[in-house]
Design a protein around this ligand. Structure first.
Ligand code: C2E
Ligand code: MG
Ligand code: MG
Ligand code: MG
Length: 276
Protein backbone atom coordinates (compact mmCIF):
# COMPACT_ATOMS: atom_id res chain seq x y z
CA UNK A 1 0.00 0.00 0.00
CA UNK A 2 2.76 2.36 0.99
CA UNK A 3 4.50 1.48 -2.24
CA UNK A 4 1.43 2.25 -4.25
CA UNK A 5 1.07 5.65 -2.60
CA UNK A 6 4.72 6.32 -3.31
CA UNK A 7 4.24 5.64 -7.00
CA UNK A 8 1.15 7.83 -7.07
CA UNK A 9 3.10 10.69 -5.55
CA UNK A 10 5.88 10.21 -8.06
CA UNK A 11 3.45 10.31 -10.97
CA UNK A 12 1.81 13.41 -9.62
CA UNK A 13 5.20 15.09 -9.32
CA UNK A 14 6.03 14.15 -12.91
CA UNK A 15 2.80 15.65 -14.21
CA UNK A 16 3.29 18.81 -12.15
CA UNK A 17 6.79 19.22 -13.55
CA UNK A 18 5.79 18.90 -17.15
CA UNK A 19 2.98 21.34 -16.55
CA UNK A 20 5.47 23.82 -15.17
CA UNK A 21 7.69 23.32 -18.20
CA UNK A 22 4.73 23.81 -20.50
CA UNK A 23 3.77 26.94 -18.62
CA UNK A 24 7.27 28.39 -18.99
CA UNK A 25 7.28 27.61 -22.71
CA UNK A 26 4.01 29.44 -23.12
CA UNK A 27 5.28 32.48 -21.25
CA UNK A 28 8.47 32.37 -23.29
CA UNK A 29 6.49 32.25 -26.52
CA UNK A 30 4.27 35.15 -25.49
CA UNK A 31 7.29 37.15 -24.28
CA UNK A 32 8.78 37.10 -27.77
CA UNK A 33 5.75 38.95 -29.10
CA UNK A 34 5.00 41.16 -26.11
CA UNK A 35 6.89 44.25 -27.22
CA UNK A 36 5.50 44.44 -30.75
CA UNK A 37 2.04 43.79 -29.40
CA UNK A 38 2.42 46.77 -27.11
CA UNK A 39 1.91 44.72 -23.94
CA UNK A 40 4.98 46.07 -22.17
CA UNK A 41 5.07 49.30 -20.22
CA UNK A 42 7.36 50.96 -17.73
CA UNK A 43 6.29 51.96 -14.24
CA UNK A 44 8.34 54.64 -12.52
CA UNK A 45 9.02 54.69 -8.80
CA UNK A 46 10.38 57.81 -7.11
CA UNK A 47 13.67 57.84 -5.21
CA UNK A 48 13.53 60.38 -2.42
CA UNK A 49 16.08 62.33 -0.41
CA UNK A 50 15.35 61.65 3.25
CA UNK A 51 15.17 64.91 5.13
CA UNK A 52 14.05 67.24 2.38
CA UNK A 53 11.68 64.59 0.92
CA UNK A 54 12.57 65.85 -2.54
CA UNK A 55 12.48 63.40 -5.44
CA UNK A 56 15.95 62.88 -6.90
CA UNK A 57 15.03 60.41 -9.61
CA UNK A 58 13.00 57.39 -10.65
CA UNK A 59 13.60 53.68 -11.04
CA UNK A 60 12.17 52.20 -14.23
CA UNK A 61 10.32 48.94 -13.54
CA UNK A 62 9.04 46.77 -16.36
CA UNK A 63 5.37 45.85 -16.49
CA UNK A 64 3.76 43.22 -18.67
CA UNK A 65 0.05 43.13 -19.24
CA UNK A 66 -0.48 39.65 -20.64
CA UNK A 67 -3.55 39.36 -22.91
CA UNK A 68 -4.95 36.39 -21.00
CA UNK A 69 -3.29 36.39 -17.59
CA UNK A 70 -3.34 40.11 -17.03
CA UNK A 71 -0.54 41.83 -15.13
CA UNK A 72 2.34 39.47 -14.58
CA UNK A 73 5.06 40.15 -12.02
CA UNK A 74 8.60 40.75 -13.33
CA UNK A 75 9.68 38.29 -10.63
CA UNK A 76 7.93 35.64 -12.79
CA UNK A 77 8.77 36.67 -16.34
CA UNK A 78 12.24 38.26 -15.99
CA UNK A 79 13.89 34.92 -15.05
CA UNK A 80 12.25 33.31 -18.10
CA UNK A 81 13.38 36.19 -20.30
CA UNK A 82 16.90 35.73 -18.94
CA UNK A 83 17.04 31.97 -19.46
CA UNK A 84 15.75 32.23 -23.01
CA UNK A 85 17.91 35.21 -23.96
CA UNK A 86 14.85 37.33 -24.75
CA UNK A 87 16.04 39.72 -22.04
CA UNK A 88 18.53 41.14 -24.54
CA UNK A 89 15.75 42.59 -26.68
CA UNK A 90 13.44 43.44 -23.80
CA UNK A 91 16.25 45.05 -21.84
CA UNK A 92 17.24 47.16 -24.83
CA UNK A 93 13.63 48.29 -25.17
CA UNK A 94 13.45 49.28 -21.48
CA UNK A 95 16.72 51.20 -21.68
CA UNK A 96 15.66 53.05 -24.83
CA UNK A 97 12.17 53.87 -23.52
CA UNK A 98 13.42 55.02 -20.11
CA UNK A 99 16.16 57.24 -21.57
CA UNK A 100 13.79 58.78 -24.09
CA UNK A 101 11.23 59.42 -21.37
CA UNK A 102 13.78 60.99 -18.99
CA UNK A 103 15.19 63.21 -21.74
CA UNK A 104 11.73 64.78 -22.15
CA UNK A 105 11.58 66.03 -18.57
CA UNK A 106 12.15 69.67 -17.65
CA UNK A 107 14.05 68.67 -14.53
CA UNK A 108 17.37 66.82 -14.76
CA UNK A 109 16.29 63.97 -12.49
CA UNK A 110 18.07 60.63 -12.51
CA UNK A 111 16.71 57.58 -14.22
CA UNK A 112 17.70 54.16 -12.81
CA UNK A 113 17.36 51.16 -15.10
CA UNK A 114 17.74 47.51 -14.11
CA UNK A 115 20.00 45.48 -16.35
CA UNK A 116 20.54 41.71 -16.32
CA UNK A 117 23.80 39.83 -16.30
CA UNK A 118 23.25 38.63 -19.86
CA UNK A 119 22.91 42.23 -21.08
CA UNK A 120 25.96 43.59 -19.28
CA UNK A 121 28.07 40.62 -20.35
CA UNK A 122 27.05 41.02 -23.97
CA UNK A 123 30.08 42.36 -25.89
CA UNK A 124 28.06 45.15 -27.51
CA UNK A 125 26.54 46.48 -24.28
CA UNK A 126 28.67 49.61 -23.85
CA UNK A 127 28.19 50.54 -27.50
CA UNK A 128 24.44 50.06 -27.10
CA UNK A 129 24.27 52.28 -24.02
CA UNK A 130 26.27 54.98 -25.79
CA UNK A 131 24.01 54.76 -28.86
CA UNK A 132 20.88 55.07 -26.73
CA UNK A 133 22.32 58.07 -24.90
CA UNK A 134 23.18 59.69 -28.22
CA UNK A 135 19.81 59.10 -29.83
CA UNK A 136 17.84 60.20 -26.75
CA UNK A 137 20.08 63.15 -25.97
CA UNK A 138 20.06 62.17 -22.28
CA UNK A 139 23.06 63.42 -20.32
CA UNK A 140 25.01 60.28 -19.26
CA UNK A 141 25.20 61.57 -15.68
CA UNK A 142 21.45 61.15 -15.42
CA UNK A 143 21.54 57.43 -16.20
CA UNK A 144 22.15 54.92 -13.44
CA UNK A 145 22.34 51.22 -14.22
CA UNK A 146 21.21 48.89 -11.45
CA UNK A 147 23.04 45.61 -11.49
CA UNK A 148 23.06 42.69 -9.07
CA UNK A 149 26.15 40.80 -8.12
CA UNK A 150 25.20 37.99 -10.50
CA UNK A 151 26.69 40.23 -13.23
CA UNK A 152 30.14 39.85 -11.66
CA UNK A 153 30.18 36.08 -11.22
CA UNK A 154 30.92 34.46 -14.56
CA UNK A 155 33.79 36.58 -15.78
CA UNK A 156 34.80 39.15 -13.13
CA UNK A 157 37.60 40.61 -15.24
CA UNK A 158 35.35 41.30 -18.16
CA UNK A 159 32.65 42.67 -15.88
CA UNK A 160 35.23 45.05 -14.41
CA UNK A 161 36.25 46.17 -17.87
CA UNK A 162 32.63 46.77 -18.89
CA UNK A 163 31.75 48.69 -15.73
CA UNK A 164 34.88 50.80 -16.12
CA UNK A 165 33.91 51.64 -19.70
CA UNK A 166 30.39 52.57 -18.62
CA UNK A 167 31.82 54.89 -15.97
CA UNK A 168 34.10 56.40 -18.59
CA UNK A 169 31.11 57.40 -20.72
CA UNK A 170 29.59 59.05 -17.65
CA UNK A 171 27.00 56.49 -16.55
CA UNK A 172 26.76 55.49 -12.88
CA UNK A 173 26.35 52.01 -11.44
CA UNK A 174 24.29 50.96 -8.44
CA UNK A 175 24.58 47.61 -6.69
CA UNK A 176 21.01 46.36 -6.42
CA UNK A 177 19.62 43.99 -3.77
CA UNK A 178 22.72 44.36 -1.63
CA UNK A 179 22.97 41.71 1.05
CA UNK A 180 21.18 38.97 -0.86
CA UNK A 181 22.40 36.32 -3.27
CA UNK A 182 26.07 36.32 -4.06
CA UNK A 183 26.99 39.29 -1.90
CA UNK A 184 30.64 39.59 -1.16
CA UNK A 185 32.18 42.61 0.47
CA UNK A 186 35.16 42.44 -1.86
CA UNK A 187 32.82 43.25 -4.76
CA UNK A 188 32.38 46.71 -3.27
CA UNK A 189 36.13 47.21 -3.27
CA UNK A 190 36.96 45.58 -6.59
CA UNK A 191 34.23 47.08 -8.77
CA UNK A 192 33.49 50.76 -9.38
CA UNK A 193 30.04 51.04 -7.82
CA UNK A 194 28.59 54.50 -7.20
CA UNK A 195 25.77 53.48 -4.89
CA UNK A 196 24.52 50.64 -2.70
CA UNK A 197 20.86 49.69 -2.66
CA UNK A 198 19.96 47.87 0.56
CA UNK A 199 17.55 45.09 -0.24
CA UNK A 200 13.96 45.43 0.83
CA UNK A 201 14.15 42.25 2.92
CA UNK A 202 16.44 44.04 5.39
CA UNK A 203 14.49 47.28 5.44
CA UNK A 204 11.30 45.47 6.35
CA UNK A 205 10.56 46.13 10.03
CA UNK A 206 13.97 47.60 10.88
CA UNK A 207 12.32 49.65 13.57
CA UNK A 208 11.09 46.55 15.41
CA UNK A 209 13.44 43.74 14.38
CA UNK A 210 16.90 43.92 15.96
CA UNK A 211 18.56 41.60 13.41
CA UNK A 212 17.32 43.61 10.46
CA UNK A 213 18.34 46.81 12.27
CA UNK A 214 21.86 45.50 12.87
CA UNK A 215 22.30 44.56 9.20
CA UNK A 216 21.05 47.91 7.91
CA UNK A 217 23.24 49.77 10.39
CA UNK A 218 26.26 47.76 9.22
CA UNK A 219 25.55 48.46 5.54
CA UNK A 220 25.20 52.18 6.27
CA UNK A 221 28.54 52.09 8.11
CA UNK A 222 30.07 50.27 5.17
CA UNK A 223 28.78 52.92 2.79
CA UNK A 224 30.18 55.70 4.95
CA UNK A 225 33.56 54.00 5.21
CA UNK A 226 33.78 53.41 1.48
CA UNK A 227 32.36 56.81 0.56
CA UNK A 228 29.39 55.19 -1.19
CA UNK A 229 25.87 56.59 -0.86
CA UNK A 230 23.28 54.08 0.31
CA UNK A 231 19.64 53.99 -0.72
CA UNK A 232 17.10 51.90 1.19
CA UNK A 233 14.59 49.92 -0.88
CA UNK A 234 11.05 49.05 0.11
CA UNK A 235 10.44 51.69 2.78
CA UNK A 236 6.79 51.37 3.73
CA UNK A 237 6.35 52.95 7.15
CA UNK A 238 7.25 56.13 9.00
CA UNK A 239 8.90 53.98 11.66
CA UNK A 240 11.29 52.51 9.08
CA UNK A 241 11.97 55.97 7.70
CA UNK A 242 12.69 57.41 11.16
CA UNK A 243 15.15 54.60 11.84
CA UNK A 244 16.93 55.12 8.53
CA UNK A 245 17.15 58.86 9.08
CA UNK A 246 18.54 58.43 12.59
CA UNK A 247 21.16 55.99 11.28
CA UNK A 248 22.34 58.40 8.60
CA UNK A 249 20.68 56.95 5.48
CA UNK A 250 20.16 59.80 3.03
CA UNK A 251 18.00 58.29 0.32
CA UNK A 252 14.99 55.98 0.19
CA UNK A 253 12.53 54.34 -2.15
CA UNK A 254 9.31 52.56 -1.29
CA UNK A 255 5.55 52.62 -1.10
CA UNK A 256 5.76 55.28 1.65
CA UNK A 257 6.93 57.75 -1.01
CA UNK A 258 5.19 56.27 -3.99
CA UNK A 259 4.35 53.03 -5.74
CA UNK A 260 5.68 52.38 -9.22
CA UNK A 261 3.23 54.12 -11.58
CA UNK A 262 2.90 55.48 -15.12
CA UNK A 263 5.12 58.54 -15.47
CA UNK A 264 2.12 60.81 -16.10
CA UNK A 265 1.33 60.43 -12.40
CA UNK A 266 4.51 62.36 -11.62
CA UNK A 267 4.06 65.18 -14.11
CA UNK A 268 4.30 67.89 -11.43
CA UNK A 269 7.70 66.46 -10.46
CA UNK A 270 9.17 65.85 -13.91
CA UNK A 271 7.89 69.08 -15.44
CA UNK A 272 8.28 72.68 -14.38
CA UNK A 273 4.67 73.63 -15.08
CA UNK A 274 1.76 71.26 -15.18
CA UNK A 275 -0.42 71.69 -18.24
CA UNK A 276 -4.15 72.03 -17.80
P1 C2E B 1 14.31 45.55 -7.92
O1 C2E B 1 15.13 46.15 -9.00
O2 C2E B 1 14.98 45.29 -6.62
O3 C2E B 1 13.06 46.52 -7.77
C1 C2E B 1 12.42 46.79 -6.57
C2 C2E B 1 11.15 46.00 -6.42
O4 C2E B 1 10.56 46.30 -5.16
C3 C2E B 1 10.08 46.36 -7.45
O5 C2E B 1 9.34 45.18 -7.70
C4 C2E B 1 9.22 47.37 -6.71
O6 C2E B 1 7.91 47.47 -7.23
C5 C2E B 1 9.23 46.77 -5.34
N1 C2E B 1 8.98 47.74 -4.29
C6 C2E B 1 9.38 49.02 -4.23
N2 C2E B 1 9.01 49.60 -3.08
C7 C2E B 1 8.33 48.67 -2.38
C8 C2E B 1 7.70 48.66 -1.09
O7 C2E B 1 7.68 49.63 -0.35
N3 C2E B 1 7.12 47.48 -0.69
C9 C2E B 1 7.14 46.35 -1.48
N4 C2E B 1 6.54 45.27 -1.02
N5 C2E B 1 7.74 46.33 -2.69
C10 C2E B 1 8.34 47.47 -3.13
P2 C2E B 1 8.92 44.76 -9.19
O8 C2E B 1 8.56 45.98 -9.96
O9 C2E B 1 7.92 43.66 -9.06
O10 C2E B 1 10.26 44.19 -9.79
C11 C2E B 1 10.84 43.04 -9.26
C12 C2E B 1 12.23 42.83 -9.82
O11 C2E B 1 12.17 42.55 -11.22
C13 C2E B 1 13.14 44.05 -9.70
O12 C2E B 1 13.68 44.14 -8.39
C14 C2E B 1 14.18 43.71 -10.75
O13 C2E B 1 15.11 42.80 -10.23
C15 C2E B 1 13.34 43.02 -11.80
N6 C2E B 1 13.03 43.97 -12.89
C16 C2E B 1 12.02 44.86 -12.99
N7 C2E B 1 12.10 45.56 -14.15
C17 C2E B 1 13.21 45.11 -14.80
C18 C2E B 1 13.85 45.43 -16.04
O14 C2E B 1 13.46 46.33 -16.80
N8 C2E B 1 14.97 44.72 -16.36
C19 C2E B 1 15.47 43.74 -15.53
N9 C2E B 1 16.59 43.08 -15.93
N10 C2E B 1 14.92 43.43 -14.35
C20 C2E B 1 13.79 44.11 -13.99
MG1 MG C 1 16.34 47.71 -9.09
MG1 MG D 1 16.40 45.77 -5.53
MG1 MG E 1 15.47 42.64 -7.04
Amino acid sequence: RAKKEGRGTYRFFEVAMSEEVRERRMIEHDLRLAIEKGEMAIAYQPQTRIGTQEITGFEALLRWNHPVRGDMSPAVFIPIAEESGIILRIGEWVLREACREASSWDRPLKIAVNVSALQVNNPTFVTLVQAILDESGLAPERLELEITESVLIRDPERALQTLTQLKAIGVSIAMDDFGTGYSSLSNLRNFPFDKIKIDRSFVRAIDVNIQAAAIVRAVLGLGRGLGLPVIAEGVETNGELAFLNAEGCREAQGYLFGQPAPIEMFRSVTHAEAVA
